[in-house]
Design a binder for this molecule. Structure first.
Ligand SMILES: C[S@@+](CC[C@H](N)C(=O)[O-])C[C@H]1O[C@@H](n2cnc3c(N)ncnc32)[C@H](O)[C@@H]1O
Length: 273
């Protein structure tokens, strides 16, 4: 029999990471850390300690925390994640922030290409209730996760379509396109990173030095945008120059690049005339 305080102290000692230990306890107990600390001496349910022991062991073996607990936080949302989706990264919030600014105050129709967990589409829907948001993905497993997140976040106005990039959209046209596509080259040493090893490779790796999907998305964007429509894409920090050239070749103007939280050039954007 352990108290909540005992379980927290055990996890903290094993992980040597107090913040992570607190997050695990919150997710396993379904209680806020404020409640847990106020009830530190109460006896925890019998299954809590074995659950935390299992999670700590999996994390120590290298499994990403979000896949272990099935939950992550992005923007202001609590999102479910499964191995069918990439774990949304804090850096991608730079793309959300930029898209909100590009869209401005007017109602917009915006598509998130390669939505995964729905992180970008749902963040935009939460911030802009007047926008019509569409999310697409080639993976049915990912779209199931996105649909479930939409229900959990009470953002059921977002529409989801399945298919290979623009093929999912038929004849639709948009005021804005946003995408965080796969952009890691197959021989990138970053792929030995523990987290990337667990993630769906189709969400991470792209042919042509990581540029193949960016080429498709940028090159075909004008066919799916209204006049003055905008496009914003996330890419690797060494891809800013080739991506700018792709925007210019596709006819975009006012092309710019925003830096991520680590001060790397990671999000390129532009507008049609
Ligand atoms: C880097 S992940 C981004 C996921 C999510 N938007 C995010 O930022 O966390 C790329 C997503 O693109 C999807 N994808 C890969 N190839 C695709 C294709 N040909 N057509 C549509 N989606 C594709 C993957 O399934 C994956 O969900």
């Amino acid at each position: 029999m352990s108290s909540y305080g005992d379980v927290l102290a055990w996890a903290d000692a094993r992980l040597n990471n107090g913040a992570q230990a607190r997050r695990l306890l919150e997710d396993a107990a379904g209680r806020s850390i404020t409640w847990l600390l106020a009830h530190a001496d109460d006896l925890a349910p019998d299954d809590l300690r074995p659950q935390i022991e299992d999670w700590v062991q999996r994390i120590q073996w290298g499994e990403p925390e979000a896949y272990v607990t099935g939950v992550t936080h992005f923007w202001k949302l609590r999102l479910r994640v499964t191995p069918d989706v990439l774990v949304p990264r804090p850096d991608t919030e730079t793309l959300v922030e930029l898209a909100l600014g590009l869209g401005g105050a007017q109602p917009q129709r915006v598509v998130d290409l390669g939505t995964g967990s729905g992180a970008i589409a749902l963040s935009l829907a939460m911030e802009k209730p007047t926008w019509q948001i569409v999310g697409t993905d080639a993976s049915e497993g990912a779209l199931d996760v996105a649909r479930r997140n939409a229900l959990d976040c009470a953002l059921s106005g977002v529409r989801w379509y399945s298919g290979d990039w623009y093929q999912a959209l038929d004849q639709m046209r948009f005021d804005g396109i946003v995408s965080n596509p796969p952009y890691v080259a197959a021989d990138d040493p970053a792929l030995s990173d523990d987290v990337l090893k667990y993630e769906p490779q189709g969400a991470v790796i792209a042919a042509d030095d990581g540029l193949a999907d960016l080429k498709t998305i940028i090159g075909q964007a004008p066919d799916y945008l209204n006049a003055r429509g905008w496009l914003a894409v996330e890419h690797g920090y060494q891809q800013a120059e080739p991506v700018r050239a792709l925007f210019e070749a596709a006819g975009f103007v006012d092309v710019g690049c925003k830096r991520d939280l680590g001060d790397h050039p990671r999000v390129t954007f532009g507008r049609l005339r």
